[in-house]
Write a protein that binds this ligand. Structure first.
Ligand code: NAD
Length: 330
């Protein structure tokens, strides 16, 4: 199938081209993101392939549909950037890669926890400058601390397994209980109880209208003072301004995020020579107890390989009229 592949970097092109060898789809790589302005690039392509920052909203879908596109192929799991109802109304099929790096994301969340706790990001710089003072580097044992996991699907469960290995107690909140998490000794509680009793809170639920700004000023009131908050899921789970206030007051002791509500203006690009206009983001970077990575939790060789393989299997399923297990509907 002829596929317009948007938001591609050199690493995407490398992994996608390799995985496409057996399937031989006709790929045309575009560096820009898909949105209303760039949709014209996909004219006469029956399929478009997109990632997390492409804007697959109703106007974009209408433009795509009017020029022959019938398939939107997501190279990611989250689909909050796609208007599924508009796609259904226009007869456009949407498929995704539901799991490509659950270990990678959970391991990255653990990396944020360990780095923030033991201040490894600060120690790295100090030692390079010949400063071997330990002042300000005091951490805490993870053993017997309580980790609250919000969203206990694939990634949340793996995080639970890893943290159990550190000897942590697990609290969990999800709209569905995961028996595997319970088998680890994880205890499902309501959110206020999780907020009040967790030393570390890690977010692993999808971004939906219900979870938008799940961590807001009301939630911050309920949390244990000095909590470590980790978000590797989607930026808008957190009300960043409220979290900044929580950091300033000391209610939040550490913040580790791989995602940020306005990240599409920043992440995946080298802006080191530019003046960043986002004052909220810039304020976040000034805290010594905040660690930000630019949506790299998924970024392992295994993940890029899995994304590419599943992407082409999805396209082939649709092209050959098979039921695609990874289709998503409104
Ligand atoms: P998953 O579907 O396996 O698990 C999500 C869990 O969240 C499910 O158990 C679901 O029941 C639960 N959930 C849904 N609504 C909820 C609510 N209102 N409150 C609490 N829980 C709720 O997904 P996953 O593979 O574990 O991925 C989790 C999230 O991680 C994705 O939605 C995506 O946004 C994010 N993600 C980030 C990266 C990254 O690179 N940073 C990579 C992949 C996925």
């Amino acid at each position: 199938m002829k596929v317009a592949v948007f938001s591609t970097k050199a690493y995407d092109r490398q992994f996608l081209s390799t995985a496409n060898s057996p399937t031989q789809h006709d790929l045309v790589f575009f560096e820009p993101r898909l949105n209303r302005d760039t949709a014209i690039l996909a004219a006469n392509f029956p399929a478009v392939c997109v990632f997390v920052h492409d804007q697959v909203d109703a106007p974009t879908l209408e433009l795509l549909a009017s020029r022959g596109t019938r398939l939107v192929v997501l190279r990611c799991a989250g689909f909050n950037n796609v208007d599924l109802q508009a796609a259904a109304d226009l007869g456009i099929t949407v498929v995704r890669v539901p799991a490509y790096s659950p270990y990678g994301v959970a391991e990255h969340a653990v990396g944020l926890i360990l780095t923030l706790n033991r201040k490894i990001h600060r120690a790295y710089n100090r030692v390079r400058e010949g400063n071997f003072s330990l002042d300000g580097l005091l951490g805490f044992n993870l053993h017997e601390r309580t980790v609250g996991i919000v969203g206990t699907g694939k990634i949340g469960l793996i995080l639970g397994q890893i943290m159990k290995g550190f000897g942590c107690n697990l609290l969990a909140y999800d709209v569905y209980r995961n028996p595997e998490l319970e088998a680890l000794g994880g205890k499902y509680v309501e959110l206020p109880e999780l907020f009040a009793n967790s030393d570390i809170i890690s977010l692993h639920c999808p971004l939906t209208p219900e979870t938008h700004h799940l961590i807001n000023s009301e939630a911050i009131e309920q949390i244990k003072p000095g909590v470590m908050l980790i978000n590797t899921s989607r930026g808008a789970l957190i009300d960043t301004q409220a979290v900044i206030e929580g950091l300033k007051s000391g209610k939040i002791g550490h913040l580790g995020v791989d995602v940020y509500e306005q990240e599409s203006e920043l992440f995946f690009e080298d802006l080191s020579g530019e003046i960043i206009q986002d004052d909220i983001f810039q304020r976040l970077t000034t805290f010594p107890n905040v660690l930000i990575t630019g949506h790299q939790a998924f970024f392992t060789a295994e993940a890029l390989h899995n994304i590419a393989e599943t992407t082409f299997a999805n396209i082939s399923d649709v092209e050959e009229g098979r039921t695609c297990a990874n289709e998503i509907r409104a």
